[in-house]
Design a protein around this ligand. Structure first.
Ligand SMILES: *[C@@H]1O[C@H](CO)[C@@H](O)[C@H](O)[C@H]1NC(C)=O
Ligand SMILES: *[C@@H]1O[C@H](CO)[C@@H](O)[C@H](O)[C@H]1NC(C)=O
Length: 284
């Protein structure tokens, strides 16, 4: 008991002793055995940076307890620290710090898992305790893939897309036009009030219900999470007043009409069109 509370003032010690006496009367002995504690049960780390998982031994009377760390991923446990050495995929990347903390020197995204510190002290009344810590490794987003149409027609609907899959936690997306961020809600800004777009920050979609001439510009998107951000290169989107495909089809139709008409003229003028070059006036 004294061992456990050697940082407490004497008054507190007396109080603790009283509690202990009560506990004994209830035939439950809380402190004659291993008790573990951690400063954080949920730990976040940045990829490629060190992190320490704390396994503090609050109470123990055995001098040489057996300490083990296990990594539990998708319900499957594997040894991380066993028989006084680091093993498994943390080998050469981690070390044990007194009393039983696990220091990972260079975290990787594959370290995201639950870790269990287990301490066995055979001579203690309560001879075993364990503590579970969940570690999540933050990963910076990579450059997202963006799709921006080169040309769209006024009045039509269109969607611009942006996505990356590496970031953890999952990225949130923001869109920029001519280096200015598009507000989440166009109605919130006088400059964008007539625009019909909506942004889905989770999926990266920028959807226009009806394109306007003013929506043309240089677009890029940014993926962001707590670990960092990345953006795709700027892409130009033009908005045309009229349907260029429609115009092309009309021109094609006009051309076809012209050819048919010419054939008709030729037919009326009989053989003049197809006669040989000796009579050039006929081709008029
Ligand atoms: C951490 O690991 C990565 C590869 O997983 C490596 O590229 C990097 O150099 C390492 N950093 C340190 C500080 O060891
Ligand atoms: C939005 O539309 C209204 C009505 O057509 C117009 O008066 C206003 O100038 C427009 N605002 C912008 C920023 O284009």
């Amino acid at each position: 008991l004294v061992h456990r509370n050697n940082d407490l003032p004497l008054v507190a010690l007396h109080k603790e002793t009283a509690c202990y006496a009560n506990a004994v009367r209830q035939s439950y002995i809380p402190s004659l055995g291993v008790i573990l504690r951690t400063t954080d049960k949920t730990v976040w780390a940045n990829e490629f940076e060190p992190i320490e998982l704390t396994c503090l031994i609050e109470s123990i009377s055995t001098n040489n307890p057996r300490i083990e760390w296990k990594k539990i991923q998708n319900g499957v446990p594997s040894y991380v620290y066993f028989q006084n050495q680091i093993s498994g995929d943390l080998e050469h990347r981690a070390q044990l710090i007194q009393p039983a903390n696990l220091l990972i020197l260079n975290t990787s995204r594959a370290d995201t898992a639950e870790y269990r510190c287990e301490v066995a002290a055979i001579d203690d009344h309560k001879h075993f305790d364990e503590i579970l810590i969940s570690l999540a490794v933050r990963v910076k987003p990579v450059v997202p893939r963006c799709s921006v149409p080169v040309a769209v027609t006024v009045g039509t609907s269109s969607e611009l897309r942006c996505l990356e899959n590496e970031g953890f936690p999952a990225s949130q997306y923001r869109w920029f036009r001519n280096n200015e961020e598009l507000p989440q809600d166009p109605k919130s800004s006088p400059k964008f009030i007539n625009s019909t777009y909506s942004i889905n920050a989770d999926t990266g979609g920028l959807k226009f219900r009806r394109m306007r001439k003013e929506d043309a510009g240089e677009y890029y998107c940014q993926a962001k999470n707590v670990a960092g951000h990345a953006q795709c290169p700027t892409q130009l989107m033009d908005v045309y007043d009229v349907d260029i495909v429609g115009i092309f089809l009309k021109v094609l139709a006009a051309l076809a009409g012209f050819i048919v008409m010419m054939l008709g003229v030729c037919h009326v003028q009989k053989h003049h069109c197809f006669s040989s070059g000796k009579d050039h006036t006929g081709t008029k």
